[in-house]
Design a protein around this ligand. Structure first.
Ligand code: SIN
Length: 277
């Protein structure tokens, strides 16, 4: 096995592991790598839908997306299609997937099917490191507080899309949940800064002005480049990220809306998480 770090903050590209092998022994290696590097990439892994599902099930029950319909034959898989003419792009800002759910996603397995010739990288930021390096005064202020995460805005993922369908069972009204701002990782015991620009709306117990001020400082901190890594995709790459301890940003710099004719297609499986504590 070979590991190439993507930055000093997080992320690793791994070779010498076969993702089709779902034995307990191979899964342990993969999960250990995930906990250590928080996001891991495996190039040249042309796994089938069934193999992607089998890998996902090793991590736990597969989640149904609140807003997006899965594939007809494999409802567990959401195909993220960024077509040539789409205006909005899925995952374009810093976020942690479905943090507005009572049990936000534990991990995501994303497989690239079609990658534009330029652009379309994904950035990840390490939220354990973000907590460790956060300003002490802000830490003191927020360490025992909760924040509201709202799905408001998430419906744009599908309502304006040409190539993706709405989950019929979805909650039509936006909904929200409150989570600790600093959560403890259930497997490593590490503290994690658990807010994000896209879904976190307010710190409970502070007035709106103070909450906005602190959240904006935190969002700026989370996006500091020295906390991040950036990955340039090739087709048939499988990425697994620990959605509890990273935020991510899918860069839409292949300008799908500007008619350059580029497309990006990914198959996504998410694993159910637990209630953050
Ligand atoms: C996502 O934001 O969930 C997808 C990330 C990507 O497409 O790179």
């Amino acid at each position: 096995m070979e590991i190439k770090l993507l930055s000093g903050a997080l992320g690793a590209e791994v070779t010498g592991i076969d993702l089709k092998d779902t034995s307990d022994e191979n899964f342990k290696k993969i999960n250990d790598l995930l906990l250590e590097h928080k996001v891991i990439f495996f190039r040249n892994q042309p796994i089938t839908n069934e193999e992607q599902i089998a890998l996902g099930e090793k991590f736990g029950p597969i989640e149904t997306h609140a807003y997006v319909k899965g594939l007809d034959k494999h409802p567990e898989i959401v195909r993220i299609i960024k077509g040539e003419e789409e205006k909005n792009q899925w995952g374009e800002n810093w976020h942690s997937d479905v943090s507005y759910n009572e049990k936000p996603t534990k991990a995501v397995i994303l497989k690239s099917l079609k990658i534009p010739p330029v652009g379309g990288d994904t950035c990840f930021s390490n939220m354990e490191l973000a907590w460790d390096t956060l300003d002490e005064k802000i830490k003191e202020k927020i360490k025992d507080k909760k924040a509201v995460h709202s799905s408001l805005g998430a419906e744009f993922f599908v309502d304006d899309y040409k190539h993706m369908e709405v989950n019929k069972k979805r909650n039509y009204d936006a909904y929200s949940n409150e989570h600790p701002i600093v959560r403890t990782h259930p497997e490593t015991g590490k503290k994690i800064l658990f807010v994000n620009w896209t879904y976190t709306k307010k710190i409970i117990g502070l007035d709106k002005e103070e909450s906005d001020e602190i959240l904006n400082k935190i969002f700026e901190h989370q996006a500091r480049l020295e906390l991040t890594c950036r990955f340039t995709w090739t087709e048939n790459t499988v990425c697994i990220w620990d959605n509890r301890s990273v935020i991510h940003f899918a860069i839409a710099d292949f300008y799908p809306g500007r008619g350059l004719g580029y497309k990006r297609i990914m198959d996504r499986i998410a694993i159910e998480g637990d209630i953050p504590i």
